[in-house]
Design a protein around this ligand. Structure first.
Ligand code: PBG
Length: 313
């Protein structure tokens, strides 16, 4: 059955669809800014005018959506830039929505890009305070929904944040805004390049007191279950390739849309190897995405969304 391409196509079990890709984008202050991120070639910090152009192209390529990360003008102890209705993500959202028709615009709901210390929440006695952080997250999600977010995606890993966000949305007329929860998010070295892109590296300590231990599979299922009980509409496993077993497990256990985030380090490893002539770029990209889809992720957040969509066209 492998004798020819038509035969292989006939029996192929997994197909990639650009409509199921979400491209992460980084929006920064200024005008006409398009700054390449050193550790993530072909990815940029972009000002709102540039990101609007980028989104129009992403839409033309048939990519399902984008997820926005913001680089605020200033950071402070209380992450005020995250839930400011005039914040960078909120302004970008309104601008993108005005210029696109069907592109889904998701927002990452977190505080680490907005706090002066780079942690994902309110820091008390050297550690993140879960319950105070919930209030920030609910305000941020609501503010994103008001600005036009199609889906809000909390990535902070605080306990109870899906319920807090759901409640804030429902109480304010956004009962139709779905929550995609980064349910099983691991404390991973593969976020390294992203922290340069989002300027969000913690200034002290690390995120191991709130992100998951890479050794734990059962706990990941428990985290997903809790988020679904709290009202999450879709869940995510992150990173993707080192956690394919968990994508597959989650697919078997939960009948909700499952997404996986092929994170910055996964992307950069492939690009670096390709630039060295050690791997074929196109094939490595497509094989990595296919493996994530085969494991059971229907939705893939990936920095390869544009080149992969072009290849699939
Ligand atoms: C915010 C957030 C991170 C990523 C997505 N949302 C960074 C982190 O948790 O440190 C990582 C994405 C990537 O590496 O591409 N908390």
């Amino acid at each position: 059955m492998r004798g020819s391409e038509p035969l292989r196509a006939l029996v192929r079990e997994t197909r990639l669809d650009p409509a199921k890709f979400i491209l992460p984008l980084f929006v920064c202050p200024g005008e006409g800014v398009k700054r390449e991120i050193g550790a993530m070639p072909d990815n940029y910090q972009m000002s709102i005018d540039q990101i609007v152009k980028e989104c129009a192209e992403v839409e033309r390529l048939g990519v399902g959506g984008v997820i926005l990360f913001g680089l605020p003008e200033t950071k402070d102890e209380s992450a005020s830039g995250a839930y400011d209705d005039q914040g960078i993500v909120q302004r970008a959202l309104r601008a993108i929505k005005a210029e696109t028709r069907k592109l889904l615009v998701l927002t990452d709901v977190c505080n680490c890009e907005y706090t002066s210390h780079g942690h994902c929440g309110f820091v008390k006695d050297g550690d993140v305070d879960n319950d105070i952080t919930l209030q920030w997250l609910a305000r941020t999600a609501l503010s994103h929904a008001r600005a036009g977010a199609d889906i809000v995606a909390p990535s902070d890993m605080m306990d109870g944040r899906v319920a807090a966000i759901r409640q804030a949305l429902d109480a304010n007329g956004f009962e139709k805004t779905p929550v995609l929860s980064y349910a099983a998010k691991f404390a991973s070295v593969f976020y390294g390049p992203f922290r340069e892109a989002a300027e969000s590296a913690p200034q002290f300590g690390d995120r191991r007191s709130y992100q998951m231990d890479p050794a734990n599979a059962r706990e990941a299922m428990r985290e997903i279950e809790l988020d679904l009980e709290e009202g999450a509409d879709m869940i995510m496993v992150k990173p993707a390739m080192p956690y394919l077993d968990l994508i597959a497990k989650a697919r078997e256990r939960f009948d909700v849309p499952i997404s996986a985030y092929q994170v910055s380090g996964e992307y950069s490893m492939i690009v670096a190897a390709a630039r060295n002539g050690w791997l074929d770029y196109d094939r490595a990209m497509m094989e990595s995405l296919t493996s994530i889809a085969r494991a059971g992720a229907e939705i893939i957040l990936t920095y390869f969304a544009k080149p992969a969509a072009k290849l699939l066209a």
